[in-house]
Design a binder for this molecule. Sequence first.
Ligand code: ADP
Ligand code: MG
Length: 257
Amino acid sequence: MKHYPVIQLHQVSKVYRNGTVALKDLNLVVPEAQFVSLVGASGCGKSTVLRLIAGLGSVSSGTIDWGIDAAQRKLAFVFQDAALMPWATVKDNVQLPLKLGGMSSQYSQGLVAQALKVVGLEKFAHNYPRELSGGMKMRVSIARALVTQPNILLMDEPFGALDEITRSKLNSDLVDLWLQHRWTVVFVTHNIYEAVYLSNRVLVMGTSPGRIVADIDIDVPFPRGEDFRTSSVYNEYCRTVSEHLAAAMRFSDMVGF
Ligand code: ADP
Ligand code: MG
């Protein structure tokens, strides 16, 4: 099946008001249902790309086009910081986007319960964020994104603050969810192993100005399972991504950044 392009960035540049050239002539096409990761050193413009896609800020030049019309486009954003309201229960945190959208609790209740079930937190609906581990807080944050039933998911280092074991578990769960829902995902991380495990495709970014230096298909079918993590194919892909990253950083050093 040929997947149509959902997100298309064409020659996108972003210059912030203080003169920082965050992105320069960036081209990116994300087809429907693809899980694509952006990896790159801190400051290379990963968050800027996501924010521009989300419409949180405007491009300085170039265009962002959509393969689906506005009425059918449902974006959700997950940030590194779970950013939960400390005074509200898990259920109320997840309900927030629906409430802000004007949906009555009569209608939202079922959706909230479903989203909590999806992330395995149905038993914690009445707990408060302070009673949860870091991994559980991030699950709440993901449930809050999923409750709106998005078809495009933008994730900005969502597991960056978690320990390795929790991260691995959430990575596996995220793949399972993606296999069920087939959202189009743009996932930002600086963790090469995570990017390769999760993605159909890994884009390596270079710094100053932010640009894409490598576009690597991870040609391994899903579900990939735990064996994949210890396979030589996995290691080979991680090495390839890592080499591109290192080359991009050497180039940045060379030009004086
Ligand atoms: P990353 O997410 O890869 O760490 P960012 O997209 O956050 O990178 O930032 C890219 C570059 O743009 C960095 O040099 C950063 O300091 C700069 N930058 C980000 N946001 C702003 C802003 N609002 N104003 C000025 N500079 C910014
Ligand atoms: Mg960032």
